[in-house]
Design a protein around this ligand. Structure first.
Ligand SMILES: Nc1ncnc2c1ncn2[C@@H]1O[C@H](COP(=O)(O)OP(=O)(O)O)[C@@H](O)[C@H]1O
Ligand SMILES: [Mg+2]
Length: 249
C-alpha cells in the first residue's frame, strides 16, 4: 500500500534520511524501530508531507476515495512525495504525531472534529466518532473537557482518536507509548492491535522495540538515517543483534 524508494531528507545541511526504502502492505502492522535520533520521526514526517524528501520517491497504492484526485501519477500508484501535507491526508494517510500535539484549549470533542477537517460525509464522521469513543471510553467521559486537562495517557488516546477521525487507509503512529505508565503501555498496544483488526493498516514508530515487535507483522531497524535490518517481527525479536541493541538483553 505504501512504498518508500531510497528517500533522502535533510534539515538544511543535516542529512537525516540517507536513502530509506520500505514497504507497508495492506492490512499489516509494520514497525520502524531505532534509538533516539535515528530518523524515525523524520521518516513519518516525510511520508505525511510535513517534511519534503530531497531525493527518492514515496508511493501510495490508489484507493477508492483517491480516484478523483488530480494528482494521480502512475497507473495504480499515487506519488506522495510532491504533495503538501493536507493532500496526503486527504488521500488516506493520517499521522498521530510524537508528543501528541493535541489542542490544549479545545475540548476533546473539538480535537476529534479537527481530525475530520477534510471530510464532508456527516454520517461517516458520526460513525467514526462512535468507533473512536468505543475504542477509548475514557474520551467519551471527557468530551467537553479541554484537551490540556487530560492525563498523558488520555492525551495519547486523543491523538490516536483524532488521527482515526479522518478514516485513514494507513495510520502513522509516532511513539504512542512514550512517557506512559506500564499498564497504559499495554493498553495502548492492545488498542493498536484492535484498530488494525478493524481494517486499518499501521506504520508504528517506537523506541519500545519489544512491545512494537510483539504487535507487528514486520519490522525495520533504523540507525542514523539508514535501514540496517528488516524482516518478520518474530525473526527480529529473536535476532541477537536486535536483542543486544534494542531489547536490553
Ligand atoms: N528540526 C530539526 N533540525 C535539525 N535537525 C533535526 C531536526 N529534527 C531532527 N533533526 C535531526 O535529524 C535526526 C533524526 O531525528 P528524528 O527523526 O527526530 O529521530 P527519531 O525520531 O528517531 O528520534 C537527528 O540527528 C536529529 O538531531
Ligand atoms: Mg522521534
Amino acid at each position: 500500500m505504501l512504498t518508500l524508494e531510497s528517500v533522502h531528507t535533510y534539515y538544511g545541511h543535516i542529512h537525516a534520511l540517507k536513502g530509506i526504502s520500505l514497504t507497508v502492505n495492506e492490512g499489516e502492522i509494520v514497525t520502524l524501530i531505532g534509538s533516539n535520533g535515528a530518523g524515525k520521526t523524520t521518516t513519518l514526517n516525510t511520508i505525511s508531507g510535513v517534511l519534503s524528501a530531497r531525493a527518492g520517491a514515496i508511493y501510495l497504492q490508489e484507493g477508492d476515495h483517491s480516484r478523483r484526485s488530480p494528482s494521480a501519477g502512475g497507473e495504480h500508484d499515487l506519488r506522495l512525495d510532491r504533495l503538501p501535507a493536507h493532500e496526503v491526508a486527504r488521500l488516506g494517510v493520517s499521522q498521530s504525531p510524537e508528543g501528541r500535539k493535541i489542542f490544549a484549549r479545545l475540548s476533546v470533542r473539538e480535537n476529534l472534529a479537527m481530525g475530520a477537517f477534510a471530510r464532508t460525509d456527516r454520517d461517516g464522521i458520526s460513525g467514526d466518532l462512535d468507533r473512536v469513543l468505543e475504542l477509548f471510553p475514557r474520551l467519551q467521559e471527557r468530551l467537553s473537557q479541554p484537551g490540556g486537562t487530560l492525563s498523558g495517557g488520555e492525551q495519547q488516546m486523543l491523538a490516536i482518536g483524532r488521527a482515526l477521525m479522518s478514516s485513514p487507509r494507513i495510520l502513522l503512529l509516532d511513539e504512542p507509548s512514550m512517557g506512559l505508565a506500564p499498564i497504559l503501555v499495554q493498553q495502548i498496544f492492545q488498542i493498536i492491535r484492535e484498530i488494525n483488526a478493524q481494517g486499518t493498516t499501521i506504520l508504528l514508530v517506537e523506541q519500545n522495540a519489544q512491545a512494537a515487535l510483539q504487535v507487528a507483522n514486520r519490522g525495520y531497524v533504523l540507525e542514523t538515517g539508514n535501514i540496517v535490518l528488516s524482516g518478520a517481527a518474530r525473526d527480529l525479536l529473536a535476532d541477537p543483534q536486535v536483542a543486544e541493541a534494542y531489547l536490553g538483553i
